[in-house]
Write a protein that binds this ligand. Structure first.
Ligand code: ASP
Length: 323
């Protein structure tokens, strides 16, 4: 009798396992944004979630789990069940830099399945309007002449804005006084108000304030100007040649998530990025769609590893102290 019950239970479990992949998704999916609401990662997550629900037939609910450069939110996904119902959105900071800066309780490569590469954009040098500089050259001169290091807003150690700041320090020898926030949305509020002086920000976060004239832009970290804000010079034109940085993003799920589920999430994300209405929203924020041949989970995995090889030496040399 007991044996029969056990066999029936095992059969049920096996069925359940298959059904999970076949019926996926049968209830809403949580998309963990590791930074504040209203910031660049949150905005991207909301644009994607809104369109992906049409394909998946289930909502993607955004949860902002903030702090420690996004490493808390990503850790939440690393420990979640590998069933496709908890998805991580992150970027060069959270899924590359944090591994060189924090003692994470998880491995950025071994504990995740990559799903898809998301849009990217260059960073942009911005300041509060009170800073007396009208060009990148003048901004650098002002920074060098100041008796104290300029205050630079970041989304925490290891975030994109912080990585860009460390890169800037290593290239120019100019020191910044980093002021960490839980995302660049609250940092932007303080930049506009003049509580902090500069930021090397994701263009998608700064663009609307630049257009409104509430902050000043100096240069984008790319070889070419942005189509959507063509008056901002490139770093090469403005006096920091070669200071290139593309801030890319992606989706990941916990290691061990069934391949079919990863494929369904990937297909829904690719469909969203092919939708002209979605593309228009991203392009208006200065974001560039990923190349079509880079949209497989394998491509994201390989790219993430190449970015780890590229950025970790500089980040480790910076010897960032975190609490
Ligand atoms: N992506 C972060 C945010 O959404 C900002 C950063 O990494 O600098 O706030």
């Amino acid at each position: 009798m007991q044996k029969t019950v056990l066999a029936a239970l095992l059969a049920l479990l096996a069925l359940g396992g298959n059904a999970r992949a076949d019926d996926y998704p049968s209830h809403p999916i949580t998309l963990v944004v590791p930074f504040s609401a209203g910031g660049p990662t949150d905005s991207m997550a909301r644009i994607m979630a809104d369109r992906m629900k049409t394909t998946l037939g289930q909502s993607l609910l955004i949860e902002n789990v903030t702090g420690a450069g996004g490493s808390i939110g990503v850790g939440r996904v690393a420990r979640a069940a590998p069933d496709g119902y908890t998805v991580s959105i992150g970027h060069l900071g959270t899924h590359v830099a944090n591994g060189a800066i924090y003692k994470l309780g998880y491995d950025l490569v071994a504990d995740f399945e990559p799903v898809v590469l998301l849009p990217s954009n260059p960073m942009v040098f911005v300041s509060t309007n009170a800073v007396p500089a009208k060009s990148l050259g003048e901004l650098l001169a002002w920074m060098k002449a100041k008796p104290t290091a300029p205050t630079a807003g970041t989304a925490g150690a290891g975030s994109a804005s912080h990585v860009a700041g460390l890169y800037f320090e290593s290239v120019t020898g100019i020191k910044l006084q980093f002021v960490p926030y839980r995302g660049t949305a609250p940092a932007m509020t303080d930049l506009v108000a003049g509580q902090i002086q500069v930021m090397i920000d994701q263009t998608s976060n700064s663009i609307n304030q630049i257009r409104a004239g509430t902050i000043r832009a100096y240069a984008v970290t790319d070889e070419k100007r942005l189509e959507t804000a063509a008056d901002i010079p490139t770093v090469d034109e403005a006096g920091l040649p070669g200071f290139h940085m593309q801030l890319w993003s992606g989706f990941w799920v916990p290691k061990g998530t069934p391949k079919e589920i990863v494929a369904k999430l990937n297909a829904a994300a690719v469909e969203a990025m092919n939708d002209p209405a979605v593309r228009a929203k991203f392009e208006n924020l200065g974001l560039v769609m990923p190349p079509k041949d880079q949209l497989t989970p394998e491509a994201l995995g390989a790219f993430q590893k190449s970015e780890i090889a590229k950025w970790w030496p500089m980040l480790k040399a910076a010897n960032v102290k975190v609490e």
